[in-house]
Design a protein around this ligand. Structure first.
Ligand code: CA
Length: 394
């Protein structure tokens, strides 16, 4: 469905623009400064950190991306994009697609790609209503204007559901676009190479299929996933976290951290938990062989976001993995060895902020995360969810 686009940003005379910017600056001065919370956290690795509140009053902040101008765009599952400036002021962007938010569907993954400071593209993954009860997930690309989205283009569409939508979006170090899809609560989709469900997909930035994808002419990069939502890279290694069964489709637990092989079969729904990989036989092809997770959480932590931290502000955390855990109400730090294998883990901020959904590294080198206490499974603690930043302790 084509939506009317607000293109006032390109027609506005310079004088008006200057006035608008002036007004924004005036509004910003009234915004309370970023608040540094008093608690100093000391962790097993000797790191001492504090947490700052960058923004309050968010509603299930699902993903975040950083603009070249120093802003943060946060996607809220109910269908809003908030632009948060470096000083914590917040405004909503316009001209968004019509999002269908229900249960675990809605506006989810976000990625930004800048060709220059003035030419910024936004990628979004969200749910759209199909018929009366149905859901489809859509991947779009648009220009990001001063006030909102312009020239929206649909890149891909697939069946969605109230649950298990995946919908994480990230641009890899290879400058290709990666998108996760869930099994839409029907596990067999994940083993069907003709289905886009239960997959990690890989596309060019214009939505076309890379010629070196493992299955010719297909966006599928790996398969056999249940509901993968966290994606990050260490050099050319791709790490992915996915939610294990939740009761109706298997005993609750068995959340996975996987290292992705092109064309790899991650087992769902036939293989999961401790049986993962046990059916492998010598000589199995890459699609027959079940890839085993490099880390398994028997007790569900509900891993939603994933980050390989590469920044310089928290040096002890460099090249370690951070898993945003919803049910686990924590960030889990996973130390990796030189080969990228997990050697240790520590649960950070357990219960301090409630459910944690997104984790990212800012261009300032600090670690950012969001709470998800308004998602219907948590207990709201504040008037809204929070965007938080971890900094070294004073
Ligand atoms: Ca698996």
């Amino acid at each position: 469905m084509a939506l009317p686009m607000k293109n006032s940003s390109i027609q506005l005379p310079r004088v008006l623009l200057a006035i608008t910017l002036g007004l924004i600056a005036t509004v910003c001065t009234a915004i309370p400064a970023i608040e540094r919370l008093a608690t100093v956290y000391s962790f097993d690795d000797g790191s001492r950190v504090q947490v700052e509140v960058i923004a309050r009053g968010l509603h299930v902040p699902w993903g975040m991306a950083f603009t070249p101008a120093g802003g943060i765009i946060v996607s809220e599952r109910i269908g809003r994009l908030q632009l948060i400036s470096a000083n914590g002021s917040m405004r909503e962007l316009d001209s968004l697609p019509q999002v269908y938010a229900r249960d675990e569907s809605g506006l989810m993954g976000i990625a930004l790609h800048s060709l220059s400071r003035d030419q910024l593209f936004i990628y979004l993954c969200y749910s759209e209503r199909k018929g009366i009860f149905g859901t489809e997930n859509v991947l779009i690309k648009a220009m990001l204007g001063r006030f909102g989205l312009l020239d929206e283009q649909e890149l891909l569409r697939w069946q969605g559901d109230r649950f298990h939508n995946g919908c994480q979006v990230a641009i890899g170090p290879d400058q290709l676009l990666y998108v996760t899809t869930g099994d839409a609560t029907e596990g067999d989709n994940a083993q069907d190479l003709d289905s886009l469900l239960g997959k990690l997909l890989r596309l060019q930035l214009d939505g076309s299929i890379p010629t070196d994808n493992p299955f010719s002419g297909s966006p599928v990069y790996s398969f056999g996933h249940r509901n993968p939502q966290g994606l990050s890279w260490q050099d050319d290694q791709i790490f992915l976290v996915e939610h294990g069964p939740s009761g109706f489709d298997g005993p609750r637990g068995s959340d996975e951290l996987n290292r992705i092989q092109a064309g790899g079969n991650y087992g769902w729904p036939e293989d999961y938990g401790r049986t993962n990989g046990s059916s492998n036989k010598p000589g199995d092809s890459i699609t027959q062989q079940r890839q085993t997770p490099i880390l398994l959480w028997d007790q569900s932590i509900a891993p939603a976001g994933l980050l390989v931290y590469r920044g310089d502000k928290l040096p002890r955390w460099r090249n370690q993995l951070f898993v945003a855990a919803l049910a686990g109400e924590s960030l889990v730090r996973v130390a990796l060895d030189d080969r990228g294998d997990p050697v240790d883990q520590e649960v950070l901020f357990k219960g301090e902020f409630g459910r944690i959904r997104a984790v990212a590294e800012g261009p300032d080198g600090y670690l950012y995360f969001t709470t998800s206490n308004l998602d219907g499974r948590g207990t709201p603690r504040t008037r809204g969810d929070l965007l938080l930043r971890v900094v070294p302790a004073n």
